[in-house]
Design a protein around this ligand. Structure first.
Ligand SMILES: Cc1cc2nc3c(=O)[nH]c(=O)nc-3n(C[C@H](O)[C@H](O)[C@H](O)COP(=O)(O)OP(=O)(O)OC[C@H]3O[C@@H](n4cnc5c(N)ncnc54)[C@H](O)[C@@H]3O)c2cc1C
Length: 423
């Protein structure tokens, strides 16, 4: 197989980034942004006709005067953003499993999320502004560093969250910093069934929502944590002592009144400590000739459990798949995401089939095919169907307005837009 060759440009400052975009505009060159390549859906892979513009030299984060914002250069890894906040006694509640891999620009571009959810951990909850270089307009701050709500009129910032490199070159991100919580209550509950766990989670997602919550099915509970499941684990944070503890006690009572069993805090700790052991886990699977992949979907409460069971059942029938487990870690008043972990023989065809089966099933039920991993190449056909033609046309027009010279035409979605407008 021929190794693809790309021109890679690495601006070392915002001024150089502006000059690179301007030079590309003048020459009609396509640029595709790349930050750290940890995206899991192939969005960062450049098409052959594009040069890659990498943010690897745009690093560094600092808390701005006033202490509300951590300003981060685009290529700064999330753990570096958190370290800059921590140095000033602050925090940014964005905790993706990939915090040592993912960059500031990457989390914005993929609509990422972390484990401090439903409390705050989606990227839209923690980003105050994005500094982006747009073709024709140069450097523009989307969002606001003046208005704490982050918008003056319609939100331009929202148009670049999830844009996967198709709008412009992000050079900086302003993350919202907060004081660290003073107290936390951690709860682990074993429920009688997945339905019971989801019922409690649904009620909690309306009011007095925990800051971290996870419903784990019995397969994941047993394979990953050696626990009988299903499990519901949650924690509350509070600014003053007493509130988190009181809410935690209420949740324990809720668990028991649903016939569940309240477990020790060490179960909660084991569940979240496991998140950071993924490299080790993958290594041992690989030695056994196996691999693992993850698929995120989302659905309203009316469909959620059905989607969970049916997608899982369809995945487990794929030849070469040896285990399927799932959890839900992202909740909204109207529904939640489900995250499937698929273990199978380490062959690309097994996982390609698994992806097809899972997304076909989710789409046929009316669930959404994406939550926090974006669209990329892997989910594009299903995402396009979910968007529908009218919405896609509007989205393409918005991206065209941000990038009128189509310098950033290499993203998977933008390539579809180019074909659509050429019709
Ligand atoms: C082990 C593991 C665990 C993970 N856990 C999580 C998790 O908990 N939560 C989660 O949300 N994701 C998770 N991910 C996925 C991944 O880390 C995120 O999607 C992340 O946001 C990608 O960031 P990146 O810097 O690696 O971006 P890249 O992969 O480099 O790029 C992703 C997209 O962003 C665009 N882009 C990159 N830089 C710029 C820029 N400067 N301007 C404009 N566009 C740009 C690219 O073109 C591409 O479309 C995980 C991945 C791995 C491998």
């Amino acid at each position: 197989m021929k190794t693809p060759r790309f021109l890679v440009v690495e601006p070392g400052s915002v001024d150089e980034a502006i000059a690179v975009v301007e030079a590309a505009r003048e020459r009609g060159v396509c640029l595709h942004p790349w930050s750290s390549g940890s995206g899991v859906l192939g969005a960062a892979l450049p098409p052959g006709e594009c040069a890659v513009v990498s943010t690897s030299r745009l690093r560094g984060a600092e808390v701005l005067a006033g202490g509300q914002i951590v300003h981060s250069m685009a290529g700064t890894r999330i753990h570096e953003v958190l370290a800059a906040a921590e140095e000033k006694g602050l925090t940014v509640p964005l905790l993706p499993q990939s915090l040592e891999l993912a960059s500031a620009a990457g989390v914005v571009s993929t609509l990422a999320s972390g484990m401090i959810q439903p409390g705050a951990g989606n990227v839209e909850d923690v980003v105050q502004y994005v500094d982006i270089v747009l073709s024709g307009d140069g450097l523009v701050r989307l969002g606001s560093d003046v208005n704490p709500r982050g918008r003056v009129g319609p939100s331009l910032l929202d148009a670049v969250l999830g844009s996967e490199g198709g709008a412009g070159l992000i050079v900086g991100v302003g993350f919202r910093a907060r004081a660290r919580p003073r107290s936390e209550a951690r709860i682990a509950c074993r429920t009688r069934s997945l339905s019971d766990a989801l019922r409690i989670a649904r009620r909690l997602s309306q009011w007095n929502t925990p800051h971290v919550m996870r419903v784990i099915d019995e397969d994941e509970a047993s394979l990953m944590f050696s626990e009988e499941g299903p499990l519901l684990v949650a924690s509350y944070y509070a600014a003053v002592k007493g509130i988190a503890e009181a809410l935690g006690d209420t949740l324990k009572a809720e668990c028991e009144s649903a016939g569940g069993e309240v477990l020790g805090e060490e179960v909660y700790e084991r569940v979240f400590a496991e998140r950071w052991r993924y490299a080790e886990r993958l290594e041992s699977l690989y030695k056994a000739g196996l691999w693992a992949d993850t698929i995120d979907i989302a659905a309203g409460w009316d469909l959620l459990e059905d989607a969970w069971r049916r997608v899982k059942s369809r995945l487990s029938k794929v030849k070469g798949v040896v285990a399927v487990m799932a959890h839900s870690g992202h909740f909204y008043p109207g529904g939640a995401a489900v995250y499937f972990i698929v273990v199978g023989e380490a062959r690309p065809s097994v996982f390609a089939r698994a992806w097809r089966e899972a997304l076909d099933e989710a789409a046929s039920l009316g669930a959404s095919v994406t939550h926090h991993h974006g669209i990329g190449r892997a989910k594009l056909p299903w995402a396009l169907r979910e968007l529908g033609e009218a919405r896609l046309r509007v989205l393409c027009r918005v991206l065209d307005a941000l990038d009128p010279y189509r310098v950033f035409r290499g993203s998977p979605l933008r390539r579809v837009c180019m074909r659509l407008t050429a019709r």
